[in-house]
Design a protein around this ligand. Structure first.
Ligand code: AVJ
Length: 323
């Protein structure tokens, strides 16, 4: 076979390649944190959630462990049947407390976890019925908004949407506003959104959560370079990049960067990317909010803030918004 006409081996998601090249050919350079979560990334994120410095998980877990029956009563305020839709359900270790409370209160509902990862959905469908046999559920694997539309086709019941884990923090303020508007446009009067925000607090505490002593967050960021090497035929020398985290108490933006430690050249598929010494790649935002900013976001996007659930430190809030 003539090697000249051998087709190129482009195996994994060309969207990933397009996004990576687009970001690294931009000025300044950036990569999207949504690509952090390959198998290794998932594992490192589990380690992050177990770190002493990473207070977010414990805070939101406390809210769900201790206040789920109150949360359930809130959801059931109008006593009609509903669908509980969770965006980015993961392994549901937090939401299971709410599911238990809803089942216990004998409410008529179906749990519809949505996740972009197929194995997350199949794991949930296998494991949740073992833990909660009375639960009615149907997993939806795919894009949030596509699956939300599908959920509306399946039934016209009232919708209660869960968007926890401070996942909205990975959007900047403009993206968060656009996201909430899009979500609002998929919902109807009396639908609810339960949405988790990490709150502004002592800047040292926030920075430490994203700049941990053991360097776990550092390897979380560097893992994306390894992933590019593996999946996009890249040749990053990962040891020539360092992690830098910053927190700006004024805007509430916690950002992370990878810094090039040398003038260097990196090949990815057929492209060559040049880095100057000390040039940065913007990797991730974890936006922190004041309570007034959360209410303003609700009001601006057509929701009514109706209640807030805090952990006892008030590090975190699960806000209830009504359409
Ligand atoms: C999964 C978006 C909530 O921003 O706190 C943790 C991801 N990044 N450490 C966050 C993350 C670095 C996390 N969220």
């Amino acid at each position: 076979m003539n090697p000249m006409i051998t087709p190129p081996i482009v195996t994994v998601g060309s969207q990933f390649l397009t996004d990576v090249l687009n970001g690294l050919q931009a000025e300044p350079k950036f990569l999207s944190s949504k690509y952090f979560y390959d198998e290794n990334g998932d594992r490192i994120f589990q380690q992050i959630m177990e770190m002493d410095e990473y207070y977010l998980t414990d805070a939101e877990m406390e809210i769900l462990q201790e206040q789920s029956s109150k949360l359930a009563r809130f959801i059931a305020a109008t006593d009609d049947a509903f669908d509980l839709i969770e965006l980015g359900a993961g392994d549901a270790t937090k939401s299971i407390h709410l599911l238990k409370a809803l089942v216990q209160q004998q409410l008529e509902f179906t749990y519809l976890p949505i996740d972009i990862s197929e194995h997350v959905i199949s794991d949930l469908e296998e494991n949740l019925p073992k833990k909660l046999p009375q639960l009615q559920m149907k997993g939806l694997n795919g894009d949030y908004f596509k699956m939300l539309k599908k959920a509306k086709e399946i039934s016209d019941r009232r919708k209660v949407v869960l968007f926890m884990g401070a996942n909205i923090g990975n959007m900047d303020l403009m993206e968060a506003e656009a996201f909430c508007l899009d979500l609002r446009n998929e919902l109807s009067p009396n639908d609810l959104l339960i949405i988790g925000f990490d709150l502004k607090k002592n800047p040292q505490q926030i920075l430490a959560a994203y700049n941990d002593a053991a360097g776990i967050t550092r390897s979380f960021n560097l893992n994306l370079l390894h992933r590019i090497n593996r999946e996009l035929n890249g040749d990053f020398d990962v040891s020539c990049f360092d992690h830098y985290a910053s927190y700006d108490p004024e805007s509430g933006a916690c950002k992370s960067y990878l810094i090039s430690l040398e003038n260097q050249t990196v090949n990815i598929s057929d492209e060559t990317i040049h880095f100057k010494k000390n040039e940065y790649i913007y990797m991730e935002i974890s936006q922190k909010y004041a309570l007034e900013e959360i209410d303003a976001l609700a009001n601006k996007t057509g929701f009514m803030p109706v209640h807030r659930f805090f952990d006892h430190h008030e590090y975190f809030v699960d806000a209830i918004w009504k359409v």
